[in-house]
Design a protein. Structure first.
Length: 108
């Protein structure tokens, strides 16, 4: 995992091609990069983020920000009812219960 300007990248290695691949994971936009060494990969990551930000600036568009405190999910109604009831049974408001539950599952 790499981080730069609050952007987080997931890294994988392709043994057949002998190259590192990276993808920024905390955006809706797709940003990928690659490198044949760790140093090259890190440089490509930084350049990709900076290129993305500059591209958005030249188009007068706001770049997708990694985190904004809001998550929108499409959850089936029957599942929503179960989640809401679980929150109430725990004595918490839904948002607080959901954050606590998700934090227990977070690995990053």
């Amino acid at each position: 995992m790499l981080t730069y300007k609050d952007y987080i990248a997931k890294i994988s290695f392709d043994e057949d091609e002998n190259i590192f691949h990276g993808e920024i994971i905390n955006l809706r936009d797709v940003i990928t990069f690659q490198g044949s060494s760790v140093d090259e990969l890190k440089k490509a990551f930084v350049e990709s983020v900076d290129d993305y930000l500059n591209f958005c600036k030249t188009r007068n568009e706001k770049p997708d920000t990694p985190l904004n405190g809001f998550v929108s999910l499409q959850i089936p109604l029957d599942t929503q009812k179960k989640l809401y009831n679980a929150a109430k049974l725990s004595g918490k408001e839904f948002d607080e219960w959901a954050v606590d539950t998700l934090q227990k599952q977070a690995v990053v």
